[in-house]
Design a protein around this ligand. Structure first.
Ligand code: F6P
Length: 575
């Protein structure tokens, strides 16, 4: 699995090959040109921090990355004694930074309201709408708003599907589809009034799991773009060489990270064993690596239908380290507890030997606190591992080394790139940690039987995109018509064999509302379809198998089943 995901991630850096598929890639001339053009627009805003603003916005992982990037570049500006120019928006507000809030992704009007709020009084705004699959209505609403106010806004759509593969269905309660908005943007690109930045990075390892490659590519692409804009801002002559140099550092980071494949595989196995035994996986991070931990853990909820307690991330200094707009959210409930202090208070006392704990830190972090927390965890479980980042010449103290049975220890070369060097190094460490954690949590859920082939088969149907995805997965696995699959999904959602007219006539949002609190909706529908049985029988059958994958496999192989799997066209980040 680690090798498969390594190769899959390597596709981000694959060069354009017109003899294979005619897609623009990260290193394609047109993509690099677009990055340059947008960087120039950003640079104009940077010159005028009073009236200008750079907005990064997205849903789920894309919104969490928006926060991370906005914070990184405001920090970079601060170091140059300049005022912050970046801000972020995440659908669902700051709650969605640390918990799974999928429903607000469906609302264009919520998106518009948020954008109006942050950009009030600004005269020049470069807006980045991140939607890896070119699908989120929340982002579509904001792009549309920008397109209607081009005197102030320069909209940029960031994603990893060609525009022709953007989501085509009309957005419920709205005038357009995502595709129509993206098309309008594309038409304005030549006049540099709007931009679509959408290199192909190849399909996701797990179909539709855009938190993985999509998220990594977002980070690489936008960090590079802003670094270039800042360089230009400091009157340094920007050449294509400089852009390529930055991109190559990420490519090297991929090699350096996956050179630890054996150790990563051991960690996948360990984490998988914990989840199989109904134990937990806790990921503790220092500084922004804590944010990477939270980002990874939270996304397991919609992707694998897990409980928030199963996989959890914690950041050393909690909300103050996260630097979110709404401040400390701890009082909102136990799932909002994110600091190491919270971990010690509320998780550690009940931790057992079946749990796995992963520590993520750099040798520049407070190593005394790493040591202290490790000793506390060791009293509860021996299943602990570390991912540690050093710069050439730094060595992990023996006192810490001896606490871990195994350490994924990555040493990064010193980058002689003036002021930005330290930032680039941090970006690499974050990305490297993201790659390892994505692999670990994905692999662990595969081991837990939450994946069949490369399909998620137990995800939560918590927004319209996921509803459509559920229908597509059912079609793929059963070979049945879209209508039949949709009906079976509805029967599973409502727990009924007979669909009333009221259910049949309801909008998708109503089905999503009903489904989002329920468990095993998709897997029940799969078994019901494959076995041609009632949904209550399918639920009962699911119970008799050790994993969902085993239930799906057995249903596919059931005697008398006609083996036909149709080939449905899916968007590139979906296949
Ligand atoms: O709805 C859940 C989800 O698919 C997350 O996994 C993802 O991070 C988010 O939506 C945003 O997806 P996109 O960037 O494609 O809009």
């Amino acid at each position: 699995m680690v090798q498969l995901l390594r190769d899959c991630d390597a596709e981000i850096f694959q060069e354009e090959d017109p003899t294979l598929v005619n897609y623009k890639r990260l290193y394609s001339e047109t993509v690099l040109r677009t990055v340059f053009d947008i960087a120039k627009k950003v640079q104009e805003v940077l010159k005028d921090s009073e009236d200008g603003l750079i907005v990064l916005s997205g849903c789920g992982s894309s919104g969490r990355l928006a926060l991370l990037l906005a914070n990184s570049f405001n920090k970079l500006l601060k170091g140059l004694h300049r005022s912050p120019s970046y801000t972020y928006i995440i659908s669902g507000g700051d709650k969605a930074l640390v918990t799974s809030q999928e429903a607000p992704e469906d609302s264009p009007s919520l998106g518009v309201a948020e954008l109006e709020k942050v950009s009030e009084g600004k005269k020049k705004v470069v807006y980045f709408g991140i939607s890896c699959g070119l699908s989120a209505p929340f982002v579509a609403g904001q792009l549309d708003y920008c397109l209607n106010n081009l005197d102030i806004f320069v909209p940029v759509l960031v994603g990893f599907n060609p525009v022709s593969m953007a989501r085509q269905e009309r957005i419920e309660g709205w005038h357009s589809s995502f595709f129509q908005v993206a098309e309008r943007m594309q038409k304005l690109q030549e006049a540099q009034k709007a931009f679509v930045l959408n290199p192909a990075v190849g399909p996701e390892g797990i179909c539709g799991s855009s938190r993985m490659k999509g998220g990594s590519a977002t980070k690489i692409l936008l960090e590079t773009l802003f670094l270039v804009a800042h360089k230009a801002d400091s009157n340094v002559d920007i050449s294509e060489k400089c852009l390529l140099e930055i991109l190559r550092t990420y490519e090297r980071a991929h090699k350096v990270t996956y050179s630890q494949s054996k150790k990563i595989a051991a960690l996948v196995k360990q984490a998988g064993t914990s989840l199989q035994k109904k134990g937990h996986l806790y990921i503790l991070g220092w500084g922004t690596l804590g944010l990477m931990a939270i980002m990874d853990a939270v996304e397991c909820i919609p992707t694998y239908g897990t409980d928030y307690r199963d996989v959890r991330g914690f950041i050393s200094t909690g909300y103050s380290g996260m630097q979110n707009k709404e401040g400390d959210l701890t009082s909102l409930g136990p799932e909002f507890a994110i600091s190491h202090e919270d971990f010690v208070k509320s998780v550690l006392p009940s931790m057992t030997e079946t749990d796995t704990v992963v520590f993520n830190f750099t040798l520049d972090d407070d190593l005394a606190s790493v040591e202290k927390l490790t000793l506390q965890v060791k009293e509860k479980t021996s299943n602990l591992q570390a991912i540690s980042h050093a710069t050439a010449g730094q060595y992990l103290p023996a006192t810490i080394k001896k606490l871990f049975p195994s350490i994924i220890s990555i040493t990064w070369p010193i980058l002689f790139l003036e002021y930005e060097g330290a930032f680039i190094q941090n970006f690499q460490r974050e990305l490297s940690t993201k790659w390892v954690l994505n692999t670990v949590t994905t692999g662990a859920h595969v081991l837990k039987g939450k994946v069949f082939r490369n399909y998620m088969v137990d995800f939560r149907v918590s927004n319209t995109k996921l509803f459509t995805r559920a229908v597509t997965v059912l079609q793929r696995l059963s070979g049945q018509s879209q209508t039949r699959c949709e009906e079976t999904l509805l029967r599973s959602i409502y727990g009924t064999e007979v669909l009333s007219d009221e259910i049949r006539d309801a909008e998708t949002s109503k089905h999503v509302e009903e489904a989002s609190t329920k468990e095993q909706v998709v897997s029940t529908a799969i078994v019901s379809l494959l076995r041609n049985c009632a949904v209550h029988e399918a639920r009962a059958r699911l119970e008799t198998y050790p994993t969902i994958r085993a239930a799906v496999e057995a249903s596919l192989n059931a005697i008398g089943r006609k083996r036909s799997v149709i080939n449905i066209e899916m968007r590139s980040t979906d296949t």
